[in-house]
Write a protein that binds this ligand. Structure first.
Ligand code: GNR
Ligand code: NI
Length: 170
C-alpha cells in the first residue's frame, strides 16, 4: 500500500473528465487500497482517483468516526440515477483545495448505481453526509470542484490564492 501525493488546485488535471474502469482486476484492487491509504493519511472522508493523478471513474469514501471501526466504501463507474427535490447545505472542503471551506447546497438524497470491487453492479440510496460526499466525489470524475457551486467572486478569490501559492513554490 502506498500513500500517493495529492493533486492541488490549480492543477489542470482536476478539470479532466475521468474514463470508466474497464475491468476489475488486481491493479484496480491495489489502486483502491492506495486511494484508501491516501485518504486515511490526509485525513479525508472521500477521495476521487484524479486527486492522486489517475483519470479513472473511481472513488472511495469512509464516513466512520475516529473511534469506530473503519468502513471503507469503493465505487467504480458511479452514476447518479435519481436525486431528491429537497436540498441540503453542508460546509464542504476538498483535499485538493486545502484549508478552504464553504457551504454548498445539493440534493439531500441521491440514488447511485455503481460497480463494486466484487465486479457486480450495486445501487444505493444515500442521504445526509453520504449523499453530499458522493455528489462531491462524482463531480471530481467530471472535472467539477465544490468551488464551482459557490459564487464566482469567492471562487475567483480561491483560485487566485492557490495560483499564487503554486507560483511561489514552483
Ligand atoms: O474530506 C473531505 N471532506 C468533505 C467534507 C464535506 C463535503 C465533502 C467532503 S470530501 C473531502 C475529501 C475530498 O476532497 N474528496 O474529494
Ligand atoms: Ni474533493
Amino acid at each position: 500500500m502506498t500513500i500517493k501525493p495529492l493533486i492541488i488546485l490549480p492543477d489542470p488535471l482536476l478539470r479532466q473528465v475521468s474514463s470508466p474502469v474497464e475491468r476489475v482486476d488486481e491493479t484496480i484492487r491495489r489502486f483502491a487500497d492506495d486511494m484508501l491509504e491516501t485518504m486515511y493519511d490526509a485525513p479525508g472522508i472521500g477521495l476521487a482517483a484524479i486527486q492522486v493523478g489517475e483519470p479513472l471513474r473511481m472513488l472511495v469514501i469512509d464516513l466512520s468516526k475516529e473511534e469506530e471501526p473503519k468502513a471503507p466504501q469503493i465505487f467504480l463507474n458511479p452514476e447518479i440515477v435519481a436525486t431528491s427535490d429537497s436540498l441540503s447545505v453542508y460546509e464542504e472542503g476538498c483535499l485538493s483545495i486545502p484549508d478552504y471551506y464553504a457551504e454548498v447546497e445539493r440534493p439531500a438524497s441521491v440514488t447511485v448505481r455503481h460497480l463494486g470491487l466484487d465486479g457486480a453492479m450495486h445501487e444505493l440510496e444515500a442521504e445526509g453526509l453520504l449523499a453530499t460526499c458522493l455528489q462531491h466525489e462524482i463531480d471530481h470524475l467530471n472535472g467539477v470542484l465544490f468551488i464551482d457551486h459557490i459564487s464566482k467572486l469567492k471562487r475567483d478569490m480561491v483560485v487566485k490564492k492557490f495560483t499564487k501559492a503554486a507560483r511561489r513554490s514552483a
